[in-house]
Design a protein around this ligand. Structure first.
Ligand code: BMP
Length: 206
């Protein structure tokens, strides 16, 4: 479809459903994380999943059994995939890989603080994610050259946040190898989410 994932970082479930209605047929996935799940409960994952496939982003980062329990629970609510941190190590990823569904591993983050700890080890995380059979990596649109590097070392699908409000360019991210861009506030804070989605699709047309 459009190589586009919308980060549904809103707290009001009705608002989330309205935005999703505008995304049907245009967007590949909705990404749902803590803001919406903590305010609305996991039932919102089931509701949104009936309209657009959902990737649940709880950036799992715990011991293997607890990580498994978290991902298992969200996948039972109809999600298509989940996101886990990669820095927690191979045993966590191996345990999570036993769950059916798409598994995305955070290799490197889009904010400046990523440079403190994650970026220096992100290529190792990317290789490990490939070895355990992950479906894709999260890599930053704010540093497009890192998208290319992380894709080169892993040969995995890349989903890339950091576009718009964080300063990344959607077309650059795609040019450097992102398979999907992840966009939150540029769409969710827009007075016309559908128009915002169409504008993004136009920008990343490939
Ligand atoms: P926004 O387009 O509003 O900046 O939102 C980006 C989304 O991507 C948020 O849901 C955020 O949690 C997520 N994200 C990110 O911004 N950088 C990362 O490195 C990893 C993320 O999951």
């Amino acid at each position: 479809m459009g190589h586009l994932i919308i980060a549904l970082d809103v707290e009001n479930p009705q608002n989330a459903i309205e935005i999703t209605k505008n995304a049907v047929g245009l967007v590949d996935y909705m990404k749902i994380g803590y803001p919406l799940i903590l305010s609305s409960g996991l039932s919102v994952v089931s509701k949104i999943s009936e309209m657009v496939p959902v990737i649940v982003d709880l950036k799992i980062a715990d011991i293997p059994d607890v990580s498994f329990s978290i991902a298992d629970k969200v996948m039972r609510h109809g999600a298509t995939g989940f996101i886990t941190h990669g820095f927690v190590g191979r045993d966590v990823l191996e345990k999570l890989r036993t769950i059916r569904g798409e598994m995305y591993v955070v290799a490197e983050m889009s904010h400046p603080g990523s440079l403190d700890f994650i970026t220096p080890v992100s290529e190792k995380i990317a290789v490990m994610a490939k070895e355990v059979g992950a479906d894709g990596l999260v890599a930053p649109a704010t540093r497009p050259e890192r998208i290319r590097r992380l894709k080169d070392v892993s040969n995995l699908k890349i989903i890339s946040p950091g576009v718009g409000v964080q300063g990344g360019s959607p077309s650059e991210a795609i040019k450097y190898g992102a398979d999907y861009i992840i966009v939150g506030r540029s769409v969710t804070s827009s007075s016309n989410p559908k128009e915002a989605i169409l504008k993004l699709l136009n920008e990343i047309m490939i």
